[in-house]
Write a protein that binds this ligand. Sequence first.
Ligand code: SF4
Length: 221
Amino acid sequence: MNAKISEIFKSIQGEGVYQGESQVFIRFYGCNLRCSFCDTKLDFYTEKTVEETFKQICSFENFASVSLTGGEPLLNWKFIKLLAPRLSEIGKPVHLETNGILYNNLKEVINCIDVVAMDFKFPSSTGLCELWKEHREFLRIASQKEVFIKTVIGKNTTNEDVFESIRILKELKADIPFILQPENPYESFLQPKLKYFENIYKDKNINVKILPQLHKVLGVK
Ligand code: SF4
């Protein structure tokens, strides 16, 4: 079993509730979406077997967990189904960083994933069509494991999308961390908007936090 992999590297986790943790990242090539703010450069890849990937991960030292990222890693669910149990055997928790759309693929691998970091793609932020139905179904499956949600807040993000995300979170009746991520950590004009949205989530008793991408702030990969 092969997968197209853009890079394997060790760094700190820059996003979400595991921000700052030392991880090995497997960046899978390819994505099923085209978000307007996407800054992931996926212009090259190497075909790797599960065994080659596993060996390369093991060549790194002093890391806490492994992050499957992309692109969209769930496009490679068959590969993940073989790789993830190997990582569990060596005591490395497996984090899945996903756009939160491909719920049928998630069903296939959820048993071998430890942490799901999923996106809510707000149409007003991404320029994409509504994906609420997919996010709702995805979250239902992801919540079998530890899960948190990230959403990018940009200048066009609307109240309507914020309220729709709250409706989905409330349906699930679970205390799921919800991260507001500024599209650009250096755009100060976004700060009032982030605070305003944070207060809306807090009023509805959502476990919300504003977290800029730490790797961008620190200038690391
Ligand atoms: S889901 Fe992620 S990788 Fe895919 S286009 Fe959107 S930001 Fe880029």
